[in-house]
Design a protein around this ligand. Structure first.
Ligand SMILES: NC(=O)c1ccc[n+]([C@@H]2O[C@H](COP(=O)([O-])OP(=O)(O)OC[C@H]3O[C@@H](n4cnc5c(N)ncnc54)[C@H](O)[C@@H]3O)[C@@H](O)[C@H]2O)c1
Ligand SMILES: [Zn+2]
Length: 669
């Protein structure tokens, strides 16, 4: 072995300093400043040096410890059994190497593995006494975690009581934020000029480590449980059986685990998940491979940092290099100006990406992003494309720095940046962008859900002076619509029907549609159920609102502010006069109920208001399935223009046939 030189020693120390700095940013502040890929490279370099020069290993090296710390304001709790991290594999060979190590420690024994998804969230520990949830904690530094019991109680997927009253049980798993909630949360934060979360894991961690549980409750977190920390009295024998047992007890267990008879079978699964992960509603950053036999696990044991019986396979980072052709400004519903990079189209994480958000001026400055730059683009948690960094060394001299405009690109009104905010805003209350985005939001899915009213039609309606705010939609007439570009008789009638049908929407949908700050789908449902009518909600004070579980002071103030403004009162009066429903019906579908569950649809012909994909998505969101061919098992055939032979087949078999309007009516039920 070669001797340690001062250079090597210095490099090791530098790497430790850097890694410790990034650990703090990531685990304590939930605000990483480099990508996970860049971080992992630093760790790998340090590991290589420590392997080559074992005399340099110190007990406090970041390779020897779990990365977290306890944040101020939380009570520390001691884990009965340390909560460890996982060692990493970045290639198939790393996995084979892991398998060799495992088997050499278990000479002559067969070893089976369980493959699980590596959920991109944060580890939690839940204590149950006599079957009742009594305490929940973060991993922390592995020895001491943060007590977040009150916050965890707000997560519906965590059972407060389990099906057996076991004297003591500690279950471990992952708390995470679904992709959709992550996107919405960041959108809302962007609109409010608040700092964004880098990925769903940081968002979940930031949401759980809140001193006010109502904030956690509003963030729509969920969990998957996958391990036992401590158990008295039972032994399921294998990890696969343990997962089944957890499920029977009432825990949420991820269904995509697989028992593999050897490491090659594990490796064959990798490609599949590399692609399919984009279809999951939550982000995963890899796969976890665990020895199946609990007895073997015990005999393999653990190092200070990670068990020897498990390893995490990390997917390669989904990043690509592209050129920033231009930077444009998008004006949002609340008048916030968001700079957006127009990219040379590039393949990334399963889709073609041609735009990336640049968030705000500070971020453009920090990263020194210029028009014409070559940029490294990634999807944050596989979701929103963003520019990670640019390559100044590749500049030709033609690149142009970007400055935020001082006037609004849509209406020329002055733009301001309020103190304490990162966002720039248009000062014109009547900015056409604000009303356009407001209408687009009003009609969107989850809000009033009016099909056939896309951006281009909304634009035309505004330009023609027909619509200025959402209430104007309900005054539209056939003669107004037929004059617009690309609007035929049929699509005009369909659109009028869709607008008319939206009058019967739930009060919760209307509340979402109004776009009150901080009032998303969940808060809207709670408010609608609590108050029962728009007029009761409008009369509520901040005190009335904050006593409602899950409604915090921020939401409450925002609601009271909204209804105090005369223009909003007028808007609601006009919607009311147009016949829009302002009451909560008693037998509203429960959230999450799936009215089309178990129903199979076949679509044939061209639909006016939907592409095939949109129709399929609409069916699937309500729990139904779409199949390619008609059989006796088909429940409905949806027929558009120029239907094919499936239509004849449906008639032969006597299967209910829906035209587009009937289909829309079914979706709205
Ligand atoms: N960008 C940065 O600055 C920065 C800084 C620190 C750490 N990081 C990133 O954090 C990660 C290291 O964090 P870590 O120490 O928590 O390790 P890890 O995330 O690599 O692996 C351990 C964790 O995986 C989670 N997990 C998810 N699904 C699991 C399953 N099915 N079974 C078991 N565990 C499962 C658990 O929370 C567990 O604690 C790396 O990806 C690293 O890139 C990034
Ligand atoms: Zn403007």
């Amino acid at each position: 072995m070669s001797a340690v030189t001062p250079e090597i020693k210095a490099r090791v120390e530098e790497l430790r300093r850097e890694i410790n700095y990034h650990n703090h940013q990531y685990y304590v502040l939930d605000n990483p400043t480099i990508t996970d890929g860049q971080y992992d490279q630093l760790v790998q370099e340090l590991l290589r040096l420590e392997n080559a020069y074992p005399e340099l290993v110190t007990p406090d090296s970041p390779t020897q410890r779990v990365g977290g710390e306890i944040q101020k304001g939380f009570t520390a709790v001691q884990h009965r059994v340390p909560m460890l991290s996982l060692s990493n594999a970045f290639s198939e060979n790393d996995l084979r190497e892991f398998d060799r190590r495992v088997r050499s420690n278990l000479p002559g024994e067969e070893v089976e593995y369980v493959l699980e998804l590596k959920i991109d969230g944060l580890a939690i520990s839940l204590w149950y006494e006599q079957g009742v949830f009594v305490r929940g904690a973060t991993r922390g530094d592995g020895e001491l975690g943060e007590d977040i019991t009150a916050n965890l109680r707000t997560i519906k997927a965590i059972p407060l009581r389990i099906k057996e009253s076991i004297p003591f049980l500690e279950v471990r798993g992952e708390a995470y934020m679904p992709k959709e909630s992550f996107v919405r949360l960041n959108e809302a934060r962007e609109e409010a000029g608040e700092p964004l979360f880098a990925n769903p894991r940081n968002a979940a961690a930031g949401s759980l480590r809140q001193l006010d549980p109502r904030v956690t409750a509003s963030r729509n977190l969920s969990v998957f449980m996958y391990a036992i920390g401590h158990l008295e009295g039972a032994n399921p024998g294998t990890h696969a059986r343990l997962l089944g047992w957890l499920k029977d007890l009432g825990f949420r267990v991820n269904q995509h685990y697989k028992l593999c008879k050897d490491i090659e079978e594990v490796i064959r699964q990798i490609d599949k998940w590399q692609e399919q992960r984009f279809e999951l509603p939550y982000a995963i950053d890899g796969l976890v491979i665990k020895v199946n036999s609990l007895d073997q696990q015990q005999r393999l044991g653990a190092t200070l940092k990670s068990p020897r019986w498990a390893i995490a396979y990390k997917f390669p980072a989904e990043q690509a290099v592209s050129t920033i052709k231009d930077i444009i400004i998008r004006v949002g519903r609340t008048g916030v100006l968001t700079p957006t990079a127009i990219l040379e189209p590039v393949q990334l994480a399963g889709t073609t990406v041609s735009k990336a958000t640049l968030h705000n001026e500070d971020i453009i400055r920090q990263k020194d992003i210029r028009i014409g730059d070559q940029a490294l683009v990634q999807k944050a948690g596989d979701i929103i494309p963003e520019v990670v960094l640019v390559f100044p060394e590749r500049r030709t001299g033609q690149e142009k720095p970007f400055t935020m405009p001082s006037t609004c690109p849509e209406c020329n009104a002055p733009v301001v940046r309020l103190p304490g905010e990162a966002a720039h805003r248009c000062t014109n209350k009547n900015c056409p962008a604000i009303s356009r985005e407001g209408i687009i939001h009003f009609v969107s899915r989850g809000a009033m859900d009016i099909m056939g009213l896309g951006e281009s039609i909304v634009n035309q309606l505004i330009m023609a002076g027909l619509v200025q705010d959402p209430a104007d939609l309900y005054d539209l007439k056939y003669e107004d619509l037929i004059k617009l570009d690309r609007m035929g008789a049929r699509s005009s009638r369909n659109l009028l029907n869709a607008i008319a049908a939206s009058k019967h929407n739930s009060l919760a949908q209307l509340l979402v549609a109004l776009g009150i700050r901080h009032v998303g789908e969940r808060a809207a449902k709670i408010l609608a159920r609590h108050f029962g009518s728009m007029s009761a909600l409008m009369a509520a004070t901040v005190e009335d609102l904050t006593v409602i579980p899950e409604i915090g002071p921020k939401i409450a103030e925002s609601i009271v502010d909204y209804f105090a403004r005369p223009e909003n009162k007028t808007l609601i009066q006009r919607l009311d006069r147009a016949g829009v429903n302002m009451e909560e019906a008693n037998q509203q579908a429960e959230p999450g109920q799936q009215p089309l569950a178990g129903k199979t649809f076949v679509i044939t012909g061209t639909l006016e208001g939907f592409s095939r994909q949109e129709a399929q998505r609409a069916i699937e969101e309500l729990g139904g399935k779409v199949s390619g061919s008609v059989s006796k098992k088909t429940d409905y055939v949806v027929v558009g223009e120029n239907p094919g032979s499936k239509y004849d087949k449906a008639q032969q078999l006597g299967i209910p046939i829906l035209n587009e309007q009937e289909f829309v009516a079914l979706l709205k039920q």
